[in-house]
Ligand binder design. Structure first.
Ligand SMILES: NC(=O)c1ccc[n+]([C@@H]2O[C@H](COP(=O)([O-])OP(=O)(O)OC[C@H]3O[C@@H](n4cnc5c(N)ncnc54)[C@H](OP(=O)(O)O)[C@@H]3O)[C@@H](O)[C@H]2O)c1
Length: 352
């Protein structure tokens, strides 16, 4: 006999399939259960399209009248790009709804549940609440603070060096770590790097060693000095955004990239305004892939939520390239694993 947690876990698993296609909407999955059997499954597949509840009823293999619904996010009670899910559930015979999380959107927050109760549909809140929240942490932060969820990635040697100098491109970690990084890329809306990394490494910043959508590529280039022959300007693999100074430029667009202006602080782009501008562009999660200079400014401003530290065996020379992120006890280590000879440690800020 499956439990409420089992059905909700399945809803969360379904929701995950929308990753990369629904942002800035949340990932939502839905399961319909009748007489102990799953009779319908669905998930929100694309931004602006049918919600998970509608998809689950569309896919039902038996009459859903009097079914129990498991959905990881509170059903919406508002007319937006799609009609309200609360009315849809009533009209389609749902008798009871199990919900993992309240929708943080102030227009819905709690009102979806009230509306279901008003229509005599029983509701139960909080099944696998933490797991569901973790799935949509970018969306939650984006709605509540107007900023995206920030993950930083560092590849370093045993003595914490991220390279030998800031004019040379060297590969520090192994192929398993590289594949892992590509999976990480596939989980975020955007990747951000500093101008020097763009110039020295000429990276594609795409997802090639994992499946998933390429994130938006974002480069911090205060004075717009990057040469136009870089891969990000020419490969057409994903949208490219150049962040530049609002003192010198205005927002505009060419066939190669978008230019978005950001406030300056100390002659560089102000990290908090970088995040605000990305959030306005619909980015709910961003992976900062370096180099040390940009990582340092995000760390110093307290803007990092999560850190992925890949450490390869061996020692490098080059003190200017030291990993600038030194964590204190306001961080939790949430996972560690060996990736071949490399070690990956993941940290998350405690207050979150
Ligand atoms: N091991 C790793 O994980 C890793 C990852 C990435 C890169 N790297 C290596 O790192 C080296 C480059 O690193 P880097 O530290 O010199 O440069 P970086 O962080 O890639 O770029 C720094 C530049 O970005 C621009 N920028 C704009 N706003 C900024 C802000 N708020 N904070 C910081 N920078 C801002 C500045 O140039 P403007 O003022 O001209 O805009 C700044 O000089 C390369 O050798 C690369 O191979 C290593």
């Amino acid at each position: 006999m499956l439990t409420h947690e089992n059905y909700m876990a399945r809803a969360i698993e379904l929701a995950e399939q929308g990753r990369g296609s629904v942002s800035p909407n949340p990932m939502v999955g839905c399961v319909l259960v009748k007489d102990g059997e799953i009779i319908g499954e669905g998930f929100h597949q694309r931004f602006g399209e049918a919600h998970a509840e509608v998809m689950a009823f569309r896919n039902a293999i038996k009459d859903p009248l009097d079914c129990t619904v498991y959905v990881n996010l509170e059903p919406c009670n508002i007319d937006s790009k799609t009609p309200p899910c609360t009315k849809f559930l009533k009209d389609n015979g749902a008798s009871e709804v199990y919900i993992a999380n309240i929708d943080p959107n102030p227009d819905i927050s709690g009102k979806g549940i009230e509306e279901l109760n008003r229509m005599n549909i029983k509701t139960h809140l909080g099944i696998l609440e933490k797991e569901a929240m973790d799935l949509n942490k970018g969306f939650y932060k984006w709605v509540k603070t107007g900023l995206p969820w920030v993950i930083c990635k560092v590849a370093q040697s045993e003595n914490r060096l991220m390279g030998i100098d800031n004019k040379s491109s060297i590969w520090i970690t192994n192929d398993i770590s590289k594949k892992h990084t590509h999976e990480l890329r596939s989980r975020v809306d955007a990747i951000l790097i500093g101008k020097n990394t763009a110039f020295v490494d000429n990276p594609s910043l795409t997802v090639r060693l994992a499946s998933g959508k390429n994130p938006i590529r974002v480069i911090a280039d205060t004075n717009r000095t990057l040469p136009q022959n870089l891969k990000i300007f020419n490969d057409g693999e994903s949208e490219s955004i150049i962040l530049c100074s609002s003192k010198q430029f205005s927002d505009n667009q060419t066939s190669q990239c978008k230019f978005i202006t950001v406030e300056e602080k100390d002659d560089m782009l102000y990290p908090k305004d970088i995040l605000k501008k990305l959030a306005n562009h619909g980015v709910t999660s961003v992976l900062v892939e370096g180099g040390p200079c940009i990582l340092k400014s995000f760390f110093n401003e307290g803007l990092i939520d999560e850190l992925y530290e890949y450490t390869a065996p061996g020692i490098l020379d080059g003190d200017d390239m030291k990993n600038p992120i030194i964590l204190d006890n306001s961080w939790n280590c949430i996972n560690q694993e060996m990736l071949g000879d490399d070690k990956l440690v993941i940290y998350q800020k405690k207050e979150i």
